[in-house]
Ligand binder design. Sequence first.
Ligand SMILES: [Zn+2]
Length: 582
Amino acid sequence: MNHLDEIRAKLSIEELVGGYIQLKKAGRNLKGLCPFHNDSRPSFMVSPEKGIAYCFSCNTGGDIFKFIQLTEKVDFPEAVKILADRVGVRLPSYKPEVQDEKRRILKANELTCHFFQEQLKQTPAARAYFEGRGLSEETLQRFSLGFSPDSFHYLKDHLKNQGFNDRELLVAGLLNQRSMADNNTYDRFRGRLMFPIHDHQGNVVGFGGRITGDGEPKYLNSPDTPVYNKSYVLYGLHLAKEAIKQNDLAILTEGYMDVITAHQAGSQNVIATSGTALTTGQLRLLKRYTKNVALAFDQDQAGMEATKRAVELAKEADLEVKIIMIPDGKDPDECIKHSKNAWFKAIDEAIPVIDFYFSVAFNQHDKETLEGRKAIAAFLLPIIKLYPTKLEQNEHLTRLAFELKTDVKFLWDDMQQLRPQRNVPPTGATQVETPPEKNRFSREAFLLGFIFNHPAHYPLVHQDLIDMTHFDPESKKIYTALKKVYDARGVLQVDFLNSELEEDALEQLKVYGLLVEQRYSDVSDSIVEKEILSLIRSINLKNIRAAQKEYEFKIRSATSTDERSQLLRRYNDILKLSSKLT
Ligand SMILES: [Zn+2]
């Protein structure tokens, strides 16, 4: 057994994929929302038997290694490394340079995280701050909270003693440098409360540092580095992902403290954007775990604007969105400290997006004045227009008419006169999903899929499939391998294909097998036989027609009578075959 097989034996595809997306049983396979395209119905198929996962809507997937390459955006050797680490398989050592740099940065971050945690223990003032915010010892540990000493070189000295150099630590964003010409590097984080930022796998990828007293900036964050891309990281996700899956809901906040306080209070499905406004990349990441998101942003003007933007992005990503309205204009952290019950009640009473827009419109404008009423209508009508059914539109318009003390008929008229909006629909109503392309897979692919799943029927192919000249190279390679195994053993056993086919071709064959399972539910023997025969027939026909054309061309361009009559004889054979088939 080589190390790849050893990893495969220890980690099944369903266990791996199940850590990223929710999977539901679908016959002999499992299904979930595809992590690689904007998927609204489960298109991602996982086959425990075949050891592959594949989406037939966006045609993406493969075995466990391919899956890691795709989700973690790493190359093959790095994917092998990640999985080997995970299941405890020792690899023969090889070190691609770039991956080595990433590993070193992660190591430096991890050491830094421990260093800051140690410093926190030794700094009563910093501990007092966290205690003052009501955080328990357990919470400090869980979020690896720390303190960066007010020094320009403590961390630098510590890491250099561990064998790191200035350049690496600059790239990692742990040190600063006044200018490129200046060789003096110094600690980036000084005298700050430290919030390590983990990726969803739990690696420390960066830090957020909050100042203890007055001063600017209040929060200082790590820059983007080879291991930290702010647009793809959600704070607290590594701790929240299980709870998010269990609750089928993610609560999205704006601050580190919101997440930490919420988790301590028992809301473990809470996460935050970290040091950036919400991005599509973050929502994609989130969608691996749930389709439902509730926004609990700050209740000030900036928070309202952020909510509006987030709603649009979330709808665009095809997530179901609700808004958590926290009483008395508090942010989640304040609310929870004030009353846990108020927080849980606000979650339970999360409102639909339309209610949020109504409340924004009526808060911003005075419905007692004509100007105010016009502004409210101007704000809400374009939003209502985006709802897909007249039923929904009418319901919201009726409510608006009631609030504005006007006739719903006028609102209908005004709404119909609006020009179609070009920007992102906040309701997601006009979302168009990429339609699955039904014909992307060839008949050969289907036939191969049937044979892979039901090898006992291979003799039908062996007898009836004629001429492989017009096959695409991939299918031809696979057919040739099937034939070779069958000729050698007198029976087709899929296990023996391993030695005849390259890894890629074998995986392709498995995808075809899964394709068949996806298109045909519950295949009985007689149906399989019928489908195989009809596929053979249509493939033969296609090939014969191609051959016919080819010979017609050859005959026209023949240079001698001898050549021509030879070609004509072949051509007549083809015609005979063709008439036998039709
Ligand atoms: Zn897909």
